[in-house]
Design a protein around this ligand. Sequence first.
Ligand code: NAP
Length: 261
Amino acid sequence: MKSFDLTGRTALVTGTSRGLGARFALTLAEAGADIIGTSRNVAAMEDIRGQVEALGRKFFPVALDVGSFESIQSAVREMRNHTARIDILVNNAGCNVRKPATQITWDDWNLVVDTNLRGTFFVAQQVAAEFMIPAGYGRIINIGSVTSVAGYAGLAPYCASRGGTKQLTMSLADDWGVHGITVNCLAPGWFKTAQNAVMYEDKEWVEYLSDRIPLKRPGQTGDLDGPLVFLASEESRYMTGQLLLIDGGISTGATRAVPKK
Ligand SMILES: NC(=O)c1ccc[n+]([C@@H]2O[C@H](COP(=O)([O-])OP(=O)(O)OC[C@H]3O[C@@H](n4cnc5c(N)ncnc54)[C@H](OP(=O)(O)O)[C@@H]3O)[C@@H](O)[C@H]2O)c1
């Protein structure tokens, strides 16, 4: 379908140095978009930059720490000096701290909630004000999680931040629909990346997790490509404020109610 084509669009993907963000940048570039990538360490984007440029698309790397308002403002200024348009924003930068709730420190809480929720909001605010509202067009995709709708032991600040991401998405959709901007939340289930690699070293845990997922496996590279392009494209034009869960069904709360054969 022609309207999934992103040729001529510019997409900002935060947290492009590795993991899901690197894949999002590549996927949008494959669909035709030029990419602005960010990391706290610009050199860490060399690999993804090469991959995007090999597709014939442009890649502009920008230093950004979403934990600092000054950094967000200065990054958006740098983007403005580079380009007149950002059509698509993928608010992907995020972090996690895995600990029992009684061991979470004040600083742990602030790190996770400030990065994942405050960072998502202020990046969206600055990009909308500088690029999308004046243009009367935008596709904002906030990366949420299955934890936007479910609680997990050991992930209290993370779940709180991702629940907030979902609510923030609805609020911004209502704020900015009048400007031709859609705001949706793409919510992955469990995908193996640097953020959670240690969990996947535990075979027993992977078996336990897979058993609880109706499709019987964690997420794999490529599972988010189609949903991402859909949300970034014309095909999602009448959808805003929504949560799109790509999680193999684990958000159904699947728990075995019969003995295992
Ligand atoms: N993996 C999963 O199963 C899963 C599931 C649901 C949702 N998510 C969400 O998807 C996103 C990507 O996760 P991932 O698994 O790919 O994680 P990852 O491999 O740890 O990558 C995290 C990315 O976020 C960036 N980042 C972290 N803190 C930042 C900060 N303060 N300022 C700017 N950038 C920052 C990192 O960039 P630098 O370190 O280079 O600055 C990196 O590019 C996160 O928001 C995560 O919550 C992941």
